[in-house]
Design a protein around this ligand. Sequence first.
Ligand SMILES: *[C@@H]1O[C@H](CO)[C@@H](O)[C@H](O)[C@H]1NC(C)=O
Ligand SMILES: *[C@@H]1O[C@H](CO)[C@@H](O)[C@H](O)[C@H]1NC(C)=O
Ligand SMILES: *[C@@H]1O[C@H](CO)[C@@H](O)[C@H](O)[C@H]1NC(C)=O
Ligand SMILES: *[C@@H]1O[C@H](CO)[C@@H](O)[C@H](O)[C@H]1NC(C)=O
Length: 488
Amino acid sequence: MFSLLLVVIACAVSQTLAQSQPFGQCGGQGWTGPTTCTSGWTCVPQNDFYSQCLQQTVTTTSAPTSSPPATSTTSKTTSSTVSTSSSSATVTGFPASAPTTPPSKLVGQTPALGWNSWNAYQCSINEAKVLAAANQFISLGLKAAGYQYINIDDCWSLMARNSTNKQIVPDPTKFPNGISGVASQVHALGLKFGIYSDAGTATCAGFPGSLGFESIDAATFNSWGVDYLKYDNCNVPGNWSDNSLPQNNDWYNSNSAIRYRQMTAALAAQARPVQFNLCLWGNYNVWDWGTRVGHSWRLSGDSSASWSYITSIISTAVMHAQTGFFGHGDMDMMEIGNGALTIQEQRTHFAAWIMLKSPILLGTDLSLLNATQLAIIKNAELLAFHQDATVGGPAVPFTPFASAPTTNPPEYYVGKSSKGTHVFIINTSATAATKSFVFSNAGLGSSGTFSVHDMWTGTDLSGTYAASATFSVTVQPHDTVAYFIKAL
Ligand SMILES: *[C@@H]1O[C@H](CO)[C@@H](O)[C@H](O)[C@H]1NC(C)=O
Ligand SMILES: *[C@@H]1O[C@H](CO)[C@@H](O)[C@H](O)[C@H]1NC(C)=O
Ligand SMILES: *[C@@H]1O[C@H](CO)[C@@H](O)[C@H](O)[C@H]1NC(C)=O
Ligand SMILES: *[C@@H]1O[C@H](CO)[C@@H](O)[C@H](O)[C@H]1NC(C)=O
């Protein structure tokens, strides 16, 4: 601990007098270095822990139909510096020679269900906390409900690789039995084990990243028994960044995608199938190419235990609705159990991740969850919708009745499962109004008779309805109702 502290102080001292260099870190929780960038570069927050100096780019003329990377969107209001290269044919990656290996089809068909250490513990992790979560999966019935993955996030290793074999070295204080020791105990419980690395030179917290070490790290992870990899995007060297649009707006051949493709190929060369999560915070149009590179991809920066995060990520996920199996937009780890979300907001949090088919990685100290919260995350009918083996796609917004008002995020969703049709309704505001929908508007056809089954309580509601009939319900503030519509 003392030597780590000295390194941190030494870095801070050497950097306080300077501005951050291009692509260097310039902010984030715990960052004590410079917070401004050299001339022509802007400090752009990437997540709570990492801000990076990025160049301002032209986003107006060359490619009207494409979205620029979120990083350049952030800085486009100040256009004093203009990169002239963005409209030329400059290709800075190596698309011709970059691997095109697809992710494994042995895992990741339906969105992952599990736990990740970050939201509960950040860097304060150790074997005991990870194994506690694994054991709680058994004792709390979470494994029986379908939760599988126990994943360690950032801060599990030493600051330096092994100088001889270049492997990342687990921190022996946090993990006295190594990562393989934790993985084998997780496996012994019938669960799967995940780890974290970064497609840059260092992780967001400054531990070794895998860029340039993909094969070594994939082989190491394989030897330890790793089943899931969350792959972050901090500390990317300048020549590997995307500060302009890629050629032909083909983000699969952007530098960012190529960095991730190298790890996809390295993982595929190992015996163990690994579920691969691309953590690029919704940048670089990852939804256009994520399914070719990984099993899931983050849609935004880091989650927070707030209603505003929940509504904003629902809006994003709706815009980038996924097509089905083996490719899932990741709305980030769960906040149930953290912060001051009301129980209605926690229900909406869970229901939205379910209906939009996001991975669900619980992110709290599981021992703190009360019976109401456990009932939410173990709801068998909602989990069955999420894990449906024959219908892969998410629920999508629908217009519940003629000239219904539009809201952001949308409040009415219809989704298919192997059972039939489901309707989800979110009350996003405190506006006094009853929520209503006409059955035929939910894709149920113009004839037939229906009844409504409440997925939260597992009970049938009274009444039968014609296709043209209107169903109405009062929804609590920020709550979500979840229905299976029975065709009679
Ligand atoms: C960036 O520079 C490194 C070191 O010179 C080199 O190995 C790598 O191929 C470069 N990457 C790109 C995308 O140019
Ligand atoms: C580093 O690698 C060498 C060679 O494989 C090995 O003998 C040594 O124990 C490793 N050191 C650590 C700290 O893991
Ligand atoms: C569990 O906590 C929530 C707040 O997160 C509260 O609304 C609910 O009533 C609690 N349930 C029980 C059984 O204590
Ligand atoms: C939201 O819930 C509140 C409280 O139950 C209710 O008064 C209101 O009508 C609901 N809003 C909508 C838009 O359904």
